[in-house]
Design a protein around this ligand. Sequence first.
Ligand code: PHE
Length: 317
Amino acid sequence: MLDEIKKIESLEELQSLYTSVFGKNGTMTAKLKTMATLSNDERAALNTENTELRQAFKMRQTELEHAALNAKLSGEYVDVTLDTEPKNHGTLHPLTETLSQIGAILESLGYTMWTGPEVEDDWHNFTALNTPSYHPARDMQDSFFLDNGNVLRTQTSAIQIRAMEGAGVPIKMFGVGRTYRKEMDATHSPMFGQIEGLYVDKTDRHITMSDLVATIRTMLERYFERKLEMRIRPSYFPFTEPSIEIDIKWNGDKWLEIAGAGMVHPNVLRNCGINPDEYQGFAFGFGWDRIAMLKFGLNDIRKFYDGDIRWLKNSGF
Ligand code: PHE
């Protein structure tokens, strides 16, 4: 009987067998009724048999119930490991990445980041930068003028004026932002990014050209993560005197122009209400697209602004 119970495969069958044993007319029910007539040994044996049978039924019932539950659960199973469509994760734009790297370097040198409006007035973009309206240097930058006389910022130098007007001196800042000029080829985009550094302090702090050159060298060498060969050429900007341009040796033989810089022109300080006999300093500016192109070996600046996701993914950033 115990073996028979173990082999039963459904709760219904188990129930009917149980009834045939323990039901009103069941075999065990009948035997139990004879209990009073039995000897002690026989009684003990019957009791054991009774208990074993009840336990066997109970156990098989539990097994069959579990099996039924498992069958039900596995029917409802959701395969969470199923493959899904690959997800496209967003990344920072290469230029944003470049800006944050350069920004981190300049901040580590004690410079604070500033921004300014992309639509600038004449004062901040030109006049305060020692470039009055008759000045031929205005032609150096083919500017986008608005009807009201404002201009799409041609250089982040406008931000150094805002910084000196706003925060006064001493000041150690860098301005970042988009700038606009009428030019367009593989190495020029009408909209491009510039970063501008400015450090002005009391004359007795002796901020000099060599501090300027060392600052630019430190910044570039940290950005490119190697030693660089640098060349300094005399140049001209209305807002610095003397002015220089800085080239770096690239690919072993080519000199590439990388930054414009110089000592802040006394007129610029005066225009910001600063006495040039008490304060002096330097400024430098460069295209941040340009250095990103160099670092990653890209040859067309326009790609940065095309928004082509395939190019962005493969650009090496
Ligand atoms: N504003 C200059 C340019 O756009 C760069 C520059 C910045 C030069 C600061 C000197 C000092 O070419």
